[in-house]
Design a binder for this molecule. Structure first.
Ligand code: FES
Ligand SMILES: [Fe+2]
Length: 376
């Protein structure tokens, strides 16, 4: 599987594009039926596909010590992902084995999970520890009543869940992805939001730079370029590089001494439904969760950049400023556009949405999606 280019090669490619007034482009125009954004049946198939693939659930940083857990739904399955005493991250269906009650919500740190209904308790490895008045269940085998476990993969600084099937059969999809989050980063903010738009519309807004000038004329464009991107693929995943104008200064710096930090935004799309962005002073992970064909929830984790951990307060402050700028400006512009598209999808104005040669990461996404849905 091809790897993403080195920072130095990205700089060279961007500088060449600036000089020649070009950009990376694809060779295919893709027409995606609007019905694929409207259909409940299609959404069910997409969710079934997500359940079979390694889906990033949270950064490793979210589970720092034994007992740290995150509980939320992924592709309609309520999950608990927890760090065990042995350091391993495990995932369980968030359902008590007595009568199915959810054990926890949100996140926290526990020594054991105790069901709020009748008090059955489970260890961090999912094993059933205790049953109050256990003589009421004379035939029960405790070993068979541990929490239902699903596979996890911890790699690239992320914890992935594989809800159906074995992780070994899909782990190759993560081959050659770079380390995205390292141990010298810090989660400085997290949260969630929902938007009135199909999950794919939201995802698509991140992975092309063809819209920078018209859509972000007063926000991102003054610092960047219109339709000037480096676009790369790594298996089903992609990376879109958005250069800032200040990258031109690197033309005068010897390649071995160039530091790309602050000169580009890297936007990784981890197929199918996760984005990771690396900006000047922070990185973000966004898990895009379809709630319905027209409603989407996004869970965010925002982390400081790796090199700035020595002065954590300053790093958090810089990261916060960076994030505010993105969230309060360009992100709002994108969400307004996405929700606007959503409001027209029920009309017959478009039978298809068209993605041209300047939107190849979206074409790659739909190609991969079609393939994975067909092989289901
Ligand atoms: S449902 Fe959990 S203890 Fe009864
Ligand atoms: Fe945008």
């Amino acid at each position: 599987m091809p790897r993403f280019m080195s920072d130095s090669d990205v700089v060279d490619r961007v500088l060449a594009h600036i000089e020649h007034k070009t950009t990376d482009r694809g060779t295919e125009v893709w027409r995606e039926p609007v019905e694929n954004y409207r259909s409940q049946e299609r959404l069910e198939r997409e969710r079934a596909m997500i359940r079979k693939l390694p889906m990033p659930f949270c950064p490793s940083h979210a589970l720092k010590q034994a007992g740290d857990f995150v509980a939320r739904e992924a592709a309609t399955t309520p999950l608990i992902v927890v760090r065990g005493k042995d350091g391993r991250a495990r995932a369980f269906v968030n359902a008590c084995r007595h009568r199915g009650t959810q054990l926890v919500s949100g996140e926290g740190c526990v020594g054991a999970f105790v069901c709020p209904y009748h008090g059955w308790s489970y260890g961090l490895d999912g094993g059933l520890l205790g049953v109050p008045h256990s003589d009421g269940f004379p035939d029960m085998d405790k070993l068979e009543h541990g929490l239902a476990e699903i596979d996890t993969i911890e790699q690239n600084g992320l914890i992935y869940v594989v809800q159906e099937g074995e992780s070994a059969s899909v782990a190759h999809l993560l081959d050659d992805l770079p380390t995205l989050f390292s141990s010298d980063q810090h989660i400085f903010k997290q949260g969630e939001m929902s938007i009135d738009g199909n999950w794919k519309l939201y995802l698509e807004s991140f992975i092309e730079g063809y819209h920078i000038k018209p859509a972000h004329g007063k926000t991102f464009y003054p610092f960047g370029f219109d339709n000037l991107n480096v676009i790369e693929f790594c298996g089903p995943h992609s990376r879109v590089t958005y250069p800032f104008r200040r990258i031109e200064k690197l033309a005068k710096v010897r390649p071995a001494e160039r530091d790309i930090t602050g000169s580009v935004t890297y936007l990784y799309h981890l197929f199918p439904n996760v984005i990771v962005s690396k900006l000047s002073h922070h990185m973000s992970l966004g898990v895009i969760e379809p709630l319905s064909p027209s409603k989407t929830k996004i869970t965010f984790y925002h982390l400081t950049n790796p090199t700035e951990i020595n002065n954590l307060d300053a790093a958090c402050e810089a990261a916060d400023r960076d994030l505010d700028f993105v969230n309060e400006t360009g992100q709002q512009e994108d969400i307004a556009l996405v929700e606007g598209i959503q409001r027209s999808l029920h009309t017959n104005a478009n039978q298809v949405l068209t993605f041209g040669e300047f939107e190849p990461a979206i074409v790659h996404f739909h190609t991969q999606l079609a393939q994975h849905l067909t092989t289901d």
